[in-house]
Design a binder for this molecule. Structure first.
Ligand code: NAP
Length: 244
């Protein structure tokens, strides 16, 4: 059944930042399709979203799966008018020890997936003469962190990609922006030991990790009409860790 509500697609909605973004967009009145990598994760999302959305299985490394998912959404609910590219992992290592597989995997999950998903939804957005593409980058695209050459390169690539696309699509009223989170309390940062977490906190002006909701609030703004004249930018949400 085609939705009267605008359809938002949030990748990696099963946990952490993506879960908070999906819930916020539902509160904002969108119909949300949230992805997880497993059937069980997707089912949990379908149950949690009830009539306000649905879960779907997606590995963002799989181009054919991206194509099939967006076609399915378009057919069942209507065009994706808000795309939040959030899915991501880290595979940290010093470059001397970094395998080519770990380099490729991070570039595929972050940068190539953003290319594929953005390209796939543009047709629907162009037709609607409205679109919001919001890419979750990272402070490490700007602020050096040893052991994250792959991840930093991918995130910096996403930001440069977003600026080009913002220029290309602006005349259709499609905006393309990034949010660069600092240290946010999720499973991704829970892996860090207490000593590193303490050192990280000391670098943050607000002296604490952010919450997924802090990023969801920024997405809510960039998706809204209040942000209709903002495109090609990076919104830093980092508690004063890095000041652009
Ligand atoms: P998280 O809690 O570890 O959650 C990662 C999400 O991505 C999960 O929903 C996971 O799905 C999904 N995912 C992982 N690999 C995937 C793949 N190959 N295909 C599709 N989905 C995949 O991570 P997070 O901390 O919320 O991070 C979310 C985004 O924010 C990422 O892009 C990350 O780089 C960025 N970020 C995070 C921080 C931070 O401090 N946490 C800081 C800066 C930027 P499953 O549950 O099915 O595994």
């Amino acid at each position: 059944m085609t939705q009267e509500r605008k359809v938002a697609l949030v990748t990696g909605a099963s946990r952490g930042i993506g879960a908070a973004i999906a819930q916020q967009l539902i509160q904002d009145g969108y119909f949300v399709v949230g992805t997880a990598t497993s059937e069980s994760g997707a089912e949990k999302l379908t149950t949690a979203f009830a009539e306000n959305g649905t879960g779907a299985v997606l590995d963002v490394r799989d181009g054919a799966a991206i194509d099939a998912l967006v076609s399915d959404i378009e057919q069942k609910y209507g065009p994706v008018l808000i795309l939040v590219n959030n899915a991501g992992i880290t595979k940290d290592n010093l470059l001397l020890r970094m395998s080519e597989d770990d380099w490729d995997d991070i570039l595929n999950i972050h940068l190539k997936a953003v290319f594929r998903l953005s390209k796939r939804v543009l047709k629907g957005m162009t037709k609607a003469r409205f679109g919001r593409i919001i890419n979750i980058s990272s402070v490490v695209a700007h602020f050096a962190n040893p052991g994250q050459a792959n991840y930093s390169a991918a995130k910096a690539g996403i930001e440069a990609f977003s600026r080009s696309l913002a220029k290309e699509m602006g005349s259709r009223q499609i905006t393309v922006n990034c949010i660069a989170p600092g240290f946010i309390a999720t499973e991704m940062t829970a892996e860090l030991n207490e000593d590193i977490r303490k050192k990280m906190n000391e670098q943050v002006a607000l002296n604490r990790f952010g919450e997924p909701q802090d990023i969801a609030n920024a997405v809510s703004f960039l998706a809204s009409d209040k942000a209709s004249y903002i495109t090609g930018t990076v919104l830093h949400v980092n508690g004063g860790l890095y000041m652009a």
